[in-house]
Design a protein around this ligand. Structure first.
Ligand SMILES: *Cc1c(COP(=O)(O)O)cnc(C)c1O
Length: 392
């Protein structure tokens, strides 16, 4: 929207809205692969770029553009692109920014497929990745000093909710000539705006909280207009990881309720985290909204709330953790996060199951660790559901 004085909640339901001659209040879905021209002159002008406008939905589509415009407004970004999934958003960043011989410095605790992309795919094209501890600023500095195209991180981390100091990392990337790329999937702009702290690009798996109802895959990258237009758009248009207009429409609607969903989920997550901390069966609770969290004050500065992910360890090992998972009737046993329905995951045998045991131990992902993605059910009901696992 032109007027950027509007608050977040207003932008969430109004930014990027478009209207047609039929007067529909909700944005219609433009399910069309291509667009027609009034004349050969207009077709030529569109193709040459002399006239702005739609040509083909791999390049642009009004529904997809509306989603990107709205998300960019919410993140405080100048521009963005939408992609078919979170992974294709990250791939587009890599193809857009990297060349053979380049280096990436990334946090150890990033999404598993992102690690695979960096180490198994990009490595074949002569790109190397150095991994460092998310909160270890000295390690980031040492790695960035040796030169890197970009620094890459997620905060809070998955599954242990470590919080990175984005502003401090921006100082380092600026000093050593790297870009700062932040995956903001866990917080969404409703809770955290990495661009305010200096991030150059923000990537999203819109599949998670932005959709928020476990329906579709989608992704996005937002940030500096120059980077988006010169480096990312040409790759998106040429290689084709474009977002379906149908998915874009669902995600556009998802953004309208993002803020209230994230607030409610965070409130329930905090309540559960506080209750878990009092349970005799529980060894430790990891949640950025708890005063016991090592980066509690940083999280309070950087995030509007703690988010929906609560992780805890039970006393014992795999058997005790699986007892809790097994006893749940409300929490869905799945590795997915960001759904309106709460989910429970045993990372050591699922999301982090293929990691070598010693590496997993170094990452503090033990057999007694459980991750919750708190949804929109009543918090008392969720608490009672977990209680069953502790009494069994
Ligand atoms: C799920 C996820 C991704 C990948 O997104 P897809 O939409 O599944 O491709 C990337 N980063 C984080 C933090 C995620 O949770």
């Amino acid at each position: 929207m032109e007027d950027d004085n509007f608050q977040f909640d207003t932008l969430a339901v109004r930014a990027g809205a478009y209207h047609t001659e039929y007067g529909a209040h909700t944005e219609p879905i433009f399910l069309t692969s291509s667009f027609v021209f009034d004349s050969p002159e207009q077709a030529a002008a569109r193709f040459s770029g002399a006239e702005p406008g739609n040509i083909y939905s791999r390049f642009t589509n009004p529904t997809v553009d509306a989603f990107v415009t709205r998300l960019a407004a919410l993140e405080g970004a100048e521009a963005g692109i939408a992609t078919s999934s979170g992974m294709s958003a990250i791939m587009t960043v890599c193809l857009g920014l990297l060349s053979a011989g380049d280096r990436i410095v990334a946090s150890h605790s990033i999404f598993g497929s992102t690690t695979q992309l960096f180490t198994q795919v990009l490595s074949r094209f002569g790109i190397t990745t150095e991994f460092v501890g998310l909160t270890d600023l000295a390690a980031w500095e040492k790695a960035l000093k040796q030169g890197a195209k970009f620094a890459y991180l997620e905060t809070p981390s998955n599954p242990l909710t470590d919080v990175a100091d984005i502003a401090a990392l921006k100082q380092l990337t600026e000093r050593y000539g790297a870009l700062l790329v932040v995956d903001n999937c866990f917080c969404t702009p409703a809770l955290q705006k990495p661009i305010e702290f200096g991030a150059d690009l923000v990537v999203h798996s819109a599949t998670k909280f932005i959709d928020g109802q476990g329906r579709v895959l989608g992704g996005a990258v937002v940030g500096k207009r120059a980077l988006i237009e010169s480096s990312l758009l040409p790759v998106l248009r040429t290689t084709g990881p474009c977002l379906s207009p149908f998915n874009a429409w669902l995600l556009l609607k998802g953004l309208e309720t993002l803020s209230i969903r994230m607030e409610r989920m965070s409130a329930s997550a905090l309540q559960l985290a506080q209750w878990l901390s009092t349970q005799p069966m529980v060894e430790a609770v990891y949640y950025p909204g708890l005063a016991s969290h090592p980066q509690f004050s940083l999280a309070a500065r950087q995030q509007r709330a703690g988010g929906a992910i609560v992780t805890f360890t039970v006393k014992g090992g795999r058997a005790e953790a699986w007892n809790v998972v097994r006893a749940c009737r409300l929490f869905s046993v799945t590795a997915n996060i960001g759904d309106a329905r709460s989910t429970i995951t045993h990372p050591a045998t699922t999301t982090h199951g293929r990691i070598a045991p010693d590496v997993r131990q170094a990452a503090r992902i033990g057999e007694n660790l459980i991750r919750l993605s708190v949804g929109l059910e009543n918090a008392q009901d969720l608490q009672a559901d977990l209680q069953k696992g502790f009494s069994s």
